[in-house]
Design a protein around this ligand. Structure first.
Ligand SMILES: Cc1cc2nc3c(=O)[nH]c(=O)nc-3n(C[C@H](O)[C@H](O)[C@H](O)COP(=O)(O)OP(=O)(O)OC[C@H]3O[C@@H](n4cnc5c(N)ncnc54)[C@H](O)[C@@H]3O)c2cc1C
Length: 393
């Protein structure tokens, strides 16, 4: 089957890419190995879109802004800085927007082979239900988070050291907390002898209907592109949970009678690898706020969180404000018909925090989808279409 654009990966970036592409009038397929869209937000138990309000139409707009408004309209919980809702609500809202936009969706489909001819991807093959399905397209978007489509196509990956990638986590939730005074817990936490030395910062967020606390307290380091490593990390992370639970009951004020209410079905990978694009975003760029001539989205200027020995990495910079993300960071060096969106765009490993939050991934995804739909043209055409789609770039 042939499409104008195929988007691989249905997380925040793939969601933005598929809708951005279909709005240009093209025939678009979105595929994912999971049972629906949402990526980390839905399948790793993280329904927390940090900074989504900032993406409302009045500020940065685009599909992330529309998504925030859709969630508000349906009365899911929103506050000023973070939208916390349930995975169900997010999955439902995303599926609804994809369906209403006219995107074809294929789930339970794992991308595993790519046919590259010359400088173009010709076909991809996914496996699902014990069968292989082959699809061709004019242009493709890699929104797999781990640059799966890019790597299978021979795109170069930026060199990285595993200990410089961000920690992996299995998120869990508790209910039955007597009080939740986050500033007080943050102050107290480092003094309380937490059983795992890596975690020196209390990370908890009220989610769902407000009766549950999402805890971001497990962490390991390892290579998320190696299946044996992924398996080891998943096991270790799950083994940390009962230890932390017991510790919270004994030591954390208000948590004496807490109960485990949910554990994420899949390990949460914050970062793994990044493609080498026509432009590479560096720590220096973020430090110096180097001007960007071809902006397609905006990320943060801060970076260096979630390091394996402590929350702050030795290279952390908490620069305020945001910096534009250049078009060249979405474009692999050699392939003509591939664009990349989301957490695996072209950025130095140490700096990934600056581009990985979900609204930012939706925005780079939308830019990648638009570029793919237009045939990956020169910047001015992508800019005009992004502006038509109400992105404030
Ligand atoms: C523990 C944790 C906590 C976080 N907390 C926050 C937070 O509080 N706020 C916030 O804004 N962000 C947070 N993030 C970051 C955010 O969730 C991710 O950076 C973001 O989801 C990345 O979006 P993405 O679309 O690039 O990738 P992903 O969300 O990883 O989506 C990639 C998609 O590609 C699919 N895929 C991968 N390989 C294949 C294949 N071979 N075939 C088919 N499909 C494939 C996957 O199934 C997945 O659905 C957190 C992340 C983690 C792990």
């Amino acid at each position: 089957m042939h499409y104008d654009v195929i988007v691989c990966g249905g997380g925040p970036a793939g969601f933005g890419a598929a809708i951005g592409a279909v709005r240009t009038g093209k025939k678009v397929l979105l595929l994912d190995k999971n049972s629906g869209p949402g990526g980390v937000a839905v399948y790793c138990g993280c329904p927390v879109f940090s900074g989504i309000r900032d993406f409302n139409a009045a500020t940065r707009g685009g599909i992330a802004g529309e998504f925030a408004q859709a969630m508000e309209k349906d009365a899911f919980i929103v506050n000023n800085i973070t939208m916390n809702s349930s995975e169900f609500a997010i999955g439902l809202a995303m599926t609804g927007m994809l369906k209403n936009s006219g995107v074809d969706m294929l789930f339970y489909a794992t991308l595993h082979a790519v046919d590259v001819q010359g400088s173009r991807i010709k076909e991809i093959t996914v496996s699902a239900c014990g069968k292989n399905y082959t699809f061709s397209a004019d242009n493709f978007v890699d929104a797999t988070g781990d640059a799966v489509l890019s790597r299978l196509s021979g795109v170069e990956i930026l060199p990285y050291r595993v200990e410089e990638t961000m920690t992996k986590t299995v998120l869990f939730r508790v209910s039955g907390v007597k009080e939740f005074d986050k500033p007080k817990l943050m102050e107290l936490f480092p003094k309380l002898d937490f059983p795992f030395s890596y975690q020196d910062r209390f990370m908890g967020t009220i989610v769902g209907d407000g009766q549950e606390i999402l805890l971001n307290l497990t962490a390991v380091s390892g290579d998320a592109l190696d299946a044996f490593e992924l398996t080891r990390m998943d096991i270790e992370l799950r083994e940390q949970i009962p230890v932390i639970l017991q510790w919270m009951k004994e030591k954390l004020p208000g948590f004496e009678n807490c109960r485990l209410s949910a554990v994420a079905p899949m390990i949460g990978v914050r970062s793994s690898c990044n493609i080498k694009g026509k432009e590479v975003i560096t720590c220096d760029d973020l430090d110096n706020n180097t001007p960007v001539t071809e902006p397609v989205a905006r990320g943060s200027r801060s970076y260096g969180e979630h390091y394996i020995h402590s929350f702050n990495s030795p290279w952390r910079k908490s620069n305020g404000g945001s910096r534009a993300i250049p078009y060249g960071a979405l474009l692999p060096e050699k392939l003509e018909n591939l664009c990349v969106g989301g957490r695996c765009i072209s950025i130095e490993t140490r700096a990934v925090t600056a581009v990985r939050l979900m609204p930012v991934c939706m925005a780079t995804g939308q830019a990648a989808g638009v570029a793919a739909a237009l045939g990956i043209p020169e910047y001015s055409k992508v800019k005009t279409e992004l502006q038509r789609q109400k992105c404030n770039i």
